[in-house]
Design a protein around this ligand. Structure first.
Ligand SMILES: Nc1ncnc2c1ncn2[C@@H]1O[C@H](COP(=O)(O)OP(=O)(O)OP(=O)(O)O)[C@@H](O)[C@H]1O
Length: 262
């Protein structure tokens, strides 16, 4: 087994003791997590356990109450101005529900970040957009359509093309297969696996264990604000952790009590 030290030495993202609460509600309670460079880490956990809050803290959309987040060894809390812009350019993101702009065509959606964020000329950005659309298996004529004219699976592919458009160092995938049928989920999973080939580091959050097993090098389970298990994907079936066991087998009975509110 690899030592924790060797994982940390080649870390792209290090989350150390991060705490985040909203009023009286403690969401993250000393979260520790390392995402190794060039690897795919998937966070699993029940609804409302703080998976999205974790990603928002890394992106700086939310400020942790305590703890530290390092990306490439840089403390994200200390970034200002240009350094912060450069930091944000490291990331691509595929949002849950794809989150495309309805008023823009497909290619304009894919090119948006290149034109707005990086000052790429419109004609060049258009070329890159069509290249990325082809990469996710969408024919060129799809580029001129509007998001409302596409199926959910096609929208996810467009979202993926947008996430990879600027060839970011890190990509976040937020529930990449939610709402898709099993075959389309598998297609999206395969595309995600392909994005790793180029050395990209990926951090995903999902409830979908089939997807997690397919796309993850490592899986971490979040429960009550902490990572209660983390390890190589192949080891999740022998975690020996009753919380993980209950979650991966989807059992109503077990140590995890769902908070059912009226
Ligand atoms: N800006 C906010 N203000 C107040 N509470 C928030 C805010 N953002 C998140 N929360 C709360 O933090 C908790 C964790 O939310 P989060 O969205 O991270 O869950 P999640 O694990 O991603 O869930 P799901 O799988 O359902 O998407 C929830 O109880 C949520 O209501």
């Amino acid at each position: 087994m690899e030592s924790a030290a060797s994982v940390t030495a080649d870390a792209k993202i290090v989350i150390k003791g991060v705490k985040k609460r909203f009023g009286p509600k403690v969401v993250l309670d000393g979260l520790d997590l390392v995402v190794p460079r060039g690897q795919s880490l998937v966070i699993i956990g029940g609804s409302g356990t703080g998976k999205s809050v974790t990603i928002k803290c890394v992106l700086g959309i939310l400020k942790p109450d305590a703890g530290q987040i390092l990306v490439d060894g840089q403390d994200t809390a200390k970034l200002r101005g240009n350094a912060r812009d450069a930091y944000l350019r490291k990331f691509g993101m595929l949002f849950q529900g794809a989150a495309l702009f309805d008023s823009m065509t497909v290619w304009e959606n894919v090119a948006f970040g290149l034109i707005q964020g990086r000052g790429v000329k419109r004609a060049t950005a258009r070329e890159i957009a069509f290249e990325k659309l082809a990469k996710v298996g969408l024919a060129a004529d799809v580029g001129a359509l509007y998001p409302s004219e596409l199926s959910g699976g096609m929208q996810k592919r467009v979202g993926l093309a947008r996430a990879i458009a600027a060839e970011p160092e890190i990509i976040f995938f937020d529930e990449p297969t939610t709402g898709l049928d099993p075959i389309m989920s598998d297609i999206i999973n395969n595309l995600i696996v392909e994005t790793r080939g180029s050395g990209t580091t990926t951090l995903s959050i999902t409830h979908d264990l089939v997807s997690a097993r397919k796309i993850a090098d490592r899986i971490a389970m979040l429960y009550k604000g902490k990572i209660i298990w983390e390890g190589p994907t192949a080891e999740i079936d022998r975690s020996g952790n009753p919380y993980v066991e209950q979650f991966i087998h989807g059992r109503a009975e077990g140590p995890i009590k769902m908070e059912v509110k009226a």
